[in-house]
Design a protein around this ligand. Structure first.
Ligand SMILES: *Cc1c(COP(=O)(O)O)cnc(C)c1O
Length: 474
């Protein structure tokens, strides 16, 4: 019997592979997973990781081409982060931040503010991306409640259709991915939803070269009409990630910032997915030199090690909570400011600094861009979108009409299952194949990822087409 690594150390008990696979099916309910389908397919059970690679319990090696869903930054099992966490755990694993402080959360807050977009001065910790958004929404709401009598009606949010901000009820309320969210609509608070700036499938049927960002007109109209009831506008800058790796057209965010300023509306930027170098800048809003009033960070903040998050905000917002007991922000999670998360986050930031990482990744981003051109050879590739290390390849049945494949074909899912056979871990968003490598990826590894993704897409399309032919000839 082989022993398996469970939660960090070599597990003392010996478990057979058969037992583990059986127990996974028997006891575990996987997130965002149709369990009926999952239980009928081969299970991928990870045992360990190193750099861009993961190994399953059979010892098969895979390249983690989605950074474990946009989390990992410097590679798995990264020595500096491991050591920082080990050092911290021997001091203390966790003590509360409610009414008391701890050492690493203090140092980390200072460092985060130092690198954050200008104007952000305070850090409110929480423990995952959804909660970082909940914090931003509630801060924005309570800010206006306490700002003065005439602002009390500012209680609503404007958000993007196809935006994604997490799975808690507040964050789902400002989300717009129907596939995930529509079932919960009776539970959600109401707000204004505007068209997503999705140039490939423009809601206005315009083209970026000549549109002058006409989609922002809709935002302008809502703000002009309803600004007295709107607390904040929320969006993911640069890449609307879970909505389909939709790249935000240049100029859009700047225009939104101007509109928010003109109408006295706060801007919340959700950089949970795009923060920490993923788009080629430390924070995605730097591409447009825009600063938000509230910035949500998670995923990459610990290098992808820990459930940890932070919401950054301005002195102006902070001051509206300053005063007597009734004005405080009544929100906090048990693991807020967790020392292990802080230690990992500090080590993460040190690697950025030490390796001058943002500059160092630029040639790799260019290399990736060149590699992606080859995908146009596949006639079912409708669009290729890239910002830094975030890539979405949208597969369509017909390139000319942009007609999507029938949902039941599960094309994207089939591509990622095929990719596993080629030693590649990918993830689809319906039929958008996403590639989101870690910042530590090498050019050779990028070439490997693209080559294997290409082969996997080709193989699945071939199966689909031969099947269609058979149906037609029957
Ligand atoms: C992943 C994600 C979240 C939610 O984070 P969780 O840690 O999964 O709760 C929120 N916003 C964006 C943009 C995300 O990509």
């Amino acid at each position: 019997m082989k022993s398996y690594t469970v939660m960090g150390g070599r597990c003392k008990l010996n478990y057979s592979k058969e037992e583990l696979l059986k127990w996974d099916i028997e006891y575990v309910w996987h997130p965002f997973t149709q369990m009926k389908e999952y239980c009928s397919e081969e299970i991928l059970m990870i045992e360990r990781g190193e750099g861009c690679y993961l190994w399953d319990i059979d010892g098969n090696k895979y390249i983690d081409a989605v950074s474990s869903i946009w989390l990992n930054v410097h590679g798995h099992n990264r020595k500096e982060i491991n050591e920082a966490v080990k050092k911290q755990i021997d001091l203390v694993a966790h003590s509360t931040l409610l009414g008391q402080a701890n050492v690493p959360s203090t140092v980390l807050a200072k460092k985060l503010i130092h690198i954050a977009p200008k104007g952000l001065k305070k850090v409110f910790y929480s423990d995952n991306g959804s909660t970082s958004v909940e914090v931003a929404l509630k801060l924005a709401f309570q800010y206006w409640q306490q700002k003065g009598e005439k602002y009390k009606s500012k209680t609503k949010f404007i958000s993007l259709k196809r935006g994604y901000h997490g799975d808690t009820i507040g964050s789902v309320s400002v989300g717009g991915v129907d596939l995930f969210h529509s079932i919960f609509s009776p539970l959600l608070f109401k707000g204004y939803k505007v068209d997503v700036p999705y140039c490939y499938r423009c809601a206005l049927n315009l083209s970026y070269d000549t549109c002058s960002l006409a989609c922002t007109q809709q935002v302008k109209q809502i703000m002009e009409k309803h600004s007295e009831e709107i607390a904040a506008f929320i969006m993911e800058p640069e890449v609307i990630a879970a909505g389909g790796i939709i790249t935000v057209p240049r100029g859009y965010l700047k225009r939104i910032r101007e509109l928010c300023d003109e109408h006295n509306i706060l801007l919340i930027l959700d950089e949970v997915a795009v923060g920490f170098g993923r788009t080629g800048k430390m924070f995605a809003c730097e591409h447009e030199d825009v600063s938000p009033d509230l910035l949500c960070l998670s995923k990459g903040i610990t290098g992808g090690y820990m459930p940890f998050a932070a919401t950054l905000t301005t002195d102006e917002i902070y001051e509206a909570f300053w005063g007597d007991e009734t004005l405080k922000f009544t929100h906090g999670h048990s693991y807020t400011g967790n020392q292990l998360g802080c230690a990992a986050a500090l080590a993460n930031l040190e690697i950025f600094e030490k390796e001058n990482l943002i500059a160092a990744i630029q040639p790799k981003i260019e290399h990736l861009k060149k590699l992606l051109e080859k995908f146009w050879e596949i006639e079912n590739v409708g669009d290729i979108r890239q910002r830094g290390f975030m890539v979405g390849i949208e597969l369509v049945e017909d390139r000319k009409t942009k007609k999507p494949f029938a949902f039941e074909k599960r094309l994207g899912h089939r591509v990622i299952m095929e990719a596993r056979k080629h030693g590649l871990i990918l993830r689809p968003i319906v039929d958008v194949i996403e590639i989101v490598p870690m910042l530590c990826v090498s050019e050779e590894e990028l070439s490997f990822i693209c080559e294997k993704t290409f082969e996997s897409i080709k193989a699945v399309l071939k199966q689909v087409k031969t099947k269609n032919k058979k149906i037609i000839s029957q």
